[in-house]
Design a protein around this ligand. Structure first.
Ligand code: SF4
Ligand code: SF4
Length: 833
């Protein structure tokens, strides 16, 4: 049995970034670590990015939900250690493949399931394996049972040709999103383990699943995309990460794929056809998710939310169920088609809009096949700028061949925005951001050469100058170094490119987090040269033969792809197929729809909006009519450090799971007494948590909370997150704080800082009680203080008053080796009734 790292973590958590919360494990809706020994097959879901970066990913949570639905499977998470933790891991020999829940190393698992959603994460592949004491090459692991299978999937799996060679670091690659196929992969591996099958035999069996292949002996496969969205694709009881900004927020996928044919949009080409989830299904899923994840906000996930034919029904339903509804990006043309949309979004509280303009001129938008003509764009901008927006974000793409004519057109566009703003009398924040165009495989841009990063840099700088000159904000959203590596990674076919990449990473000792410094680019160029490859060569468009020999087929047929590729060269935009309320669409014969029926429903006239602005206003007004309820709780020592909102969410979850009739009425987490007074998550003991509910449910709510067994019922669902002691309606009149520390203690600096005068008298052996002067008591900092010193530390009892600052007290009174050690001091509150 391999050694676990629980003891190591307990001893060193304070040294890690954010006091090691990212590695703590035990998030809500995750399996207890004891299940590690009880379940047959163990999967370590791994991201080559950090916990913080991954907490926003909903596919990551979905993968866990899918795996753990099978009672034979244990799943755990592993992440890239944050930058400052890398040396600590190295110092103590801790592997990067480390289950955050179980604290078991990668070698104790049966499968490492790497979810690769950002291209540049591939740069960390070899380092991750080495730092986990795994041989980098599949060939060096495959016959050694000490190492689990290493399988790569995720949104970027289709673009990993760089790994398709004999020296590949991964054992298998799965391309696809269908939950049923992911279930099948896990279940085949699980059953094969029971039979004692070898890793090689398991991989061969996995090749039977659509989209799975071995990168060292590629057998052609096809990426399966179901014609409807499975309910399994919706989150229900997914893990809730310890990320303050994510707590209480769920993601609801309302559609899959996109009907448009933007030439640059790899995700759209690989996920056709466009499919929608019905509002009734979404409502039921949202209710389940709200209860099991303690949600107050629902983010609607789709490529373009307002393309959903039932968007208004969904908006109304979600506004009825949640305190906040989040909506991400949309297309300019759909705003022009439906000018009323902005009013609805405003009523729903959305004051910030994000739209993709992409090309800076009509010519470039045609190259990018954005299907957005100038008149529609201007119409849409006028609608947006007349609305009470706070912020408008506009995405641009640097294609690499912008000309003076394109810049002139862009200047005219910016002037048009300024004139429209002047007429509307509004001044929303307008932010442009630009990213270089990465030409992906499986898109019409696959055969097009990619420009040198220096060309993209110049274009971005020029666009920035023009934008800023006209009074708008500008951000370059991706460094050109990131573009360079992304482009090389997605298009590499020569095995030497992978060798160069891993060697450049090793020599430059670089780990990818977000930005890539120029010296890594230089090292990569040097390494390529050493292997007789030129940068220009690896940035070149794919040859016909490469395209014909793709390892995987997607739903779009080759002839359509070929036609689109020619259209790009000719700057011709053929539009997309979806119908709108005024005009039926036309099938462009991309091959993604299986039947005429599907094509017909795609191109059919869309229903008129049935929801009136007034009725949405009413739904939202009803939602704002709320009352607060407070609970007195006790937070156990082991829950110190996690965001206090997690505890509030746990209580809301327990209430909704126990009393489903309170699911719609639950509004949101409001506050924690301890957090709002002491600004830390590191105090345990008593607290007052306040939640809000709809006033319309007050009677029902009162009858439930007055039931004799209400508190016991809630506590039975809290799984140790906290203990609810009862409802709390008064102000907190008095409380006591007990602090225990193993570090040297001296009270006088704190009293000096706060100007408190006192005399310390002996209360017992090594115990001192401070008697404050009347003047000092009037300062309302501390009423009572007694402390007992031991050889190594102290126990302090205080009665804090409103002006007491917890962190100030700690930093003045305890002599800790580093600031991080404050998290090793135990502080407990007892609220007196
Ligand atoms: S509209 Fe274009 S860029 Fe947006 S998701 Fe669809 S294909 Fe991609
Ligand atoms: S087959 Fe026709 S209707 Fe279906 S997605 Fe392709 S172009 Fe649209």
């Amino acid at each position: 049995m391999a050694v676990d790292y629980k003891e190591w973590y307990d001893k060193h958590f304070h040294e890690l970034t954010g006091q090691g919360i990212w590695l703590r494990g035990g998030e809500m809706n995750t399996l207890e670590s004891e299940q590690f020994d009880k379940r047959n097959y163990r999967i370590l879901i791994t991201r080559l990015s950090t916990y913080k970066d991954t907490s926003v990913s909903f596919t990551h949570k979905l993968l866990y939900q899918i795996a753990t639905a099978n009672n034979d499977l244990y799943a755990d998470f592993a992440y890239l250690p944050p930058e400052l933790d890398v040396d600590i891991f190295a110092r103590d020999g801790v592997p990067w493949f480390l289950g955050t829940n179980s604290k078991m190393p990668g070698t104790s698992f049966d499968m490492i399931a790497i979810s690769n959603s950002i291209i540049e994460e591939i740069m960390n592949m070899a380092t991750f394996l080495k730092r986990s004491n795994f041989p980098v090459k599949k060939s060096e692991r495959i016959h050694n049972n000490e190492y689990p299978l290493v399988i790569l999937g995720g949104a970027n799996a289709l673009y990993t040709s760089i790994l398709h060679n004999e020296n590949t670091p991964v054992d298998g690659i799965f391309v696809g999103e269908e939950p049923e196929l992911i279930e099948q992969l896990f279940s085949i591996a699980n059953e094969a383990k029971k039979r004692g099958a070898t890793k090689e035999a398991i991989l061969e069996e996995l090749e039977g699943v659509s989209g799975f292949f071995q990168p060292d002996k590629v057998k052609k496969t096809s990426k399966f995309v179901s014609t409807s969205i499975s309910e399994k694709q919706l989150l229900k009881n997914a893990p809730i990460f310890f990320a303050e900004e994510q707590l209480g927020t769920g993601n609801l996928q309302i559609s899959e794929g996109c009907p448009c044919f933007c030439s640059f949009c790899a995700e759209s080409w690989g996920r056709k056809p466009y499919r929608e989830v019905k509002p009734e299904v979404l409502k039921q899923a949202a209710l389940k998710m709200k209860a099991s994840m303690g949600l107050e906000t629902m983010e609607l996930y789709s490529f373009n939310f307002n393309m959903h034919s039932n968007f208004y029904t969904i908006l109304r339903d979600m506004s009825h169920l949640f305190a906040n509804v989040g909506l991400k990006s949309q297309r300019f043309d759909t705003i022009a088609q439906d000018p009323e949309l902005i009013k609805f979004l405003h009523v729903a509280g959305k004051a910030s809009i994000t739209c993709g303009l992409e090309g800076i001129s009509q010519r470039l938008r045609k190259y990018l096949h954005k299907s957005l003509v100038d008149s529609t764009l201007r119409n849409s901008i006028s609608i947006l700028l007349r609305a009470p927006l706070r912020e408008l974000k506009i995405f641009l793409i640097a294609t690499g061949f912008e000309t003076e004519e394109d810049y002139t057109e862009y200047k005219e566009f910016l002037t048009f925005i300024n004139e429209t703003l002047a007429l509307s009398g509004r001044r929303p924040r307008i932010i442009f951001s630009m990213t270089p165009l990465v030409r992906f495989p499986y898109t019409p841009l696959e055969d097009k050469d990619a420009p040198d990063p220096s060309i993209c840099r110049e274009i971005i700088l020029q666009t920035e100058r023009l934008t800023r000159c006209r009074g708008f904000e500008f951000r370059d959203s991706t460094e050109v170094s990131n573009y360079f590596f992304s482009q090389i990674i997605v298009r590499a076919t020569d095995p030497l490119v992978m060798d160069s990449l891993f060697s450049a990473m090793e020599i430059s000792k670089f780990i990818f987090y977000r930005e890539i410094p120029p010296y890594v680019v230089e090292q990569m160029a040097k390494d390529l040269k050493y292997r007789s490859l030129e940068v220009e060569q690896v940035m070149k468009g794919a040859e016909k033969e490469t395209i014909e020999n793709h390892v995987c087929t997607i739903n779009v047929n080759d002839s359509f792809m070929g036609r689109q590729s020619e259209a790009v060269d000719d700057f011709v935009d053929r539009g997309y197929c979806l119908g709108d309320v005024d005009k039926e669409g036309t099938c462009k014969a991309c091959g993604a729809c299986e039947s005429q029926e599907m094509k017909d429903s795609m191109t059919a006239l869309r229903d008129e909006r049935k929801l009136s602005l007034e009725s949405l206003k009413k739904v939202i007004k009803d939602r704002q009519n709320i009352f607060n309820t407070s609970f007195k709780i006790e937070v156990p020592y082991k829950m110190r450090g996690i965001p206090r909102k997690s505890i509030g969410i746990a209580i809301a979850r327990a209430i909704m799971l126990s009393y489903p009739q309170l699911t719609v009425p639950f509004h949101k987490y409001e506050s924690s007494f301890v957090n709002s007074h002491y600004f830390t998550d590191w105090i345990h003991g008593d607290d007052i948590i306040t939640l809000s509910f709809l006033t319309s449910s007050k009677e029902n709510f009162d009858s439930i909370v007055n039931q004799e067994n209400f508190i016991d019922t809630i506590n039975s669902r809290l799984d140790g997150w906290c203990m609810v002691k009862g409802l709390h309606s008064d102000d907190v009149k008095s409380l006591q704080m007990q602090i225990e520390s193993e570090y040297p203690f001296d009270i006088s600096p704190y009293f000096k800082l706060t100007g408190l005068k006192y005399t310390a008298r002996k209360g017992g052996e090594n115990q001192y009680i401070c008697d404050f002067t009347k003047e000092s008591l009037k300062k309302k900092v501390i009423d009572y203080c007694a402390y007992t010193k031991s050889e190594t530390g102290a126990t302090v009892l205080i009665t804090p008053r409103p002006k007491f600052v917890f962190n100030e007290f700690l930093s003045c009174s305890f002599d800790v080796p580093t600031e991080a050690h404050y998290s090793r001091i135990s502080a407990k509150i007892v609220i007196k009734d």
